[in-house]
Design a protein around this ligand. Structure first.
Ligand code: ADP
Ligand code: MG
Length: 256
């Protein structure tokens, strides 16, 4: 069965201030979507609300994931159900190596699927990790480093894609995975995502640059303005943003 992430009329506030004002967005497993919009339009707020960050209050609306009410689930349950979130500013976890983090995550997913599961063996995990690291062009020593501690912008993004590759979620939301990357790193990360895209993975790429989208080629493009998705279309909409920027969006939807 195809997993669907359905966001219906989502209203989210931070400290009582409304940020999302009725977002509707549906992503199916196997589809590639882009969420674009100027800085401050609410893109990251949507990502945090999807993961259940406690500072983001859902005032109205629903999020249904794979037939379940996501808003009733804790953050770790959302992840185990197959929703993956890569954040714009990943947190450092001193004392936990990337390898241990990945192994624990894989085991949590396996246990969710089968409570009897004994976990992935060291050898199997090592083989899996080495293969994924090779395809992402990351140095094997990377796995022994503490998660995100002292990682460069490019390393953080590669670590995220490595997580995406090993966890095999149903739907992944990638918030500004392209930010802070030079052109070569951008291509490696985009290739990494492209290699994972297929019938089993749905992706929502959040970005305010269109350059990344030239590599990812989303089938569906959504543009956010002031807490709402105001424009939707195909890849041509991303090209329009590329050519004209966001001014026309602001002019069309600004309320006096
Ligand atoms: P985007 O990711 O599209 O740049 P954000 O979701 O980060 O936008 O921000 C949307 C709006 O919410 C902005 O006006 C921002 O100032 C506000 N905002 C975001 N995070 C917080 C926060 N922790 N506290 C207060 N306001 C916030
Ligand atoms: Mg953001």
């Amino acid at each position: 069965m195809t997993a669907v992430l359905e966001i219906r009329n989502l209203h989210v506030s931070i400290d009582g201030k409304p940020i999302l004002k009725g977002v509707n967005l549906t992503v199916r497993q196997g589809e590639v979507h882009a969420l674009m919009g100027r800085n401050g339009s609410g893109k990251s707020t949507l990502a945090y609300a999807l993961m259940g960050h406690p500072a983001y209050t859902v005032d109205e609306g629903q999020i249904i994931f794979d037939g379940q009410d996501l808003l009733e689930m804790e953050a770790d349950a959302r992840s185990r159900a197959g929703l993956f979130l890569a954040f714009q500013y990943p947190v450092a976890v001193p004392g936990v190596t990337l390898a241990n983090f990945l192994r624990a995550s894989i085991n949590a997913r396996r246990k969710e699927a089968n409570p009897e599961d004994k976990g992935i063996s060291i050898q199997e995990f090592r083989r899996l990790l080495m293969g994924k690291m090779q395809s992402l062009k990351v140095d094997p020593s990377f796995a022994g480093r503490y998660l995100n501690e002292g990682f460069s912008g490019g390393e953080k993004k590669r670590a995220e894609i490595l997580q995406l590759a090993t966890l095999e979620p149903k739907i992944a939301v990638l918030d500004e995975t392209d930010s802070g990357l030079d052109i070569d790193a951008l291509r490696v990360v985009a290739d990494g995502i492209n290699n994972l895209i297929g019938p089993n993975l749905g992706v929502l790429v959040i970005t305010h640059y269109e350059q990344f989208l030239n590599y990812i080629k989303p089938q569906f493009v959504h543009v956010m303005y002031d807490g709402r998705v105001v424009e939707e279309g195909g890849f041509d909409l991303a090209e329009k943003i590329q050519a004209q920027g966001y001014d026309w969006v602001a002019e069309k939807y600004a309320t006096a």
